[in-house]
Ligand binder design. Structure first.
Ligand SMILES: [Mn+2]
Length: 204
């Protein structure tokens, strides 16, 4: 659900960086084995594009995707759009998701993009350290609005680095918001079937 990569400078990164190439090959292995693979981009890898998806054998998802998973209408999204209390971040988000800005960025030489990505990353780290926990987390009204707007009872997202399952009532309907882990220090995933949601750790 986005931010697979801490920085994505454009799909030429898959050829320039061995780590990116290795991740791509792993994904290719999954899709070659016959597993349908879908990828979302996040705020760190917002330039993840069709060439990467093609080579990985994956389908790139839009910002928000509603899908039926084991009988439950589910919204899949990166989740940063719910962090509406962080006004400065939402300004950056709007700027970075603008296709014209993305085209301008991608037209720059790779070395310049790498420099910009480092500068953005360090600015983001400084600001994240300065901001309160509640500003960085999702806004409850924004989440409720998404449950209503998409008529879903389950949302799966990442972004906030606070893996959890939140049960909530929206207009009397039992709803669940699942936050995926960030994979910084452990691999973690969920599987959903008719019985419900199952959490799994990947031990190296
Ligand atoms: Mn993110």
């Amino acid at each position: 659900m986005g931010d697979i990569f801490d920085a994505w400078l454009g799909d030429d990164q898959r050829r320039r960086e061995p780590f990116a190439a290795a991740v791509l090959q792993s994904m290719r292995g999954i899709s070659d084995a016959g597993v349908a693979l879908f990828l979302a981009s996040g705020n760190r890898d917002f330039l993840l594009g069709p060439a990467f998806a093609h080579d990985a054998g994956a389908t790139l998802l839009g910002e928000q995707t509603v899908v039926d998973i084991a009988g439950t209408r589910t919204l899949l999204t990166h989740g940063d759009e719910f962090c509406t209390d962080d006004v400065a971040y939402q300004r950056f988000r709007a700027w970075s998701r603008n296709p014209r800005h993305q085209r301008q960025l991608l037209a720059l030489p790779y070395s310049v993009r790498r420099w910009i990505a480092r500068a953005l990353r360090s600015k983001s780290e400084t600001e994240t350290a300065r901001k309160s926990e509640s500003i960085l987390d999702v806004n409850a009204q924004a989440v409720d609005a998404a449950f209503r707007a998409h008529r879903v009872t389950r949302i799966v997202h990442g972004h906030t680095h606070r893996p959890a399952r939140h049960a909530t009532l929206v207009d009397g309907r039992a709803c669940e918001r699942i936050v995926l882990a960030d994979w910084d220090d452990r691999g973690h995933y969920i599987a959903i079937d008719r019985e419900g949601v199952h959490e799994h750790d990947i031990r190296g």
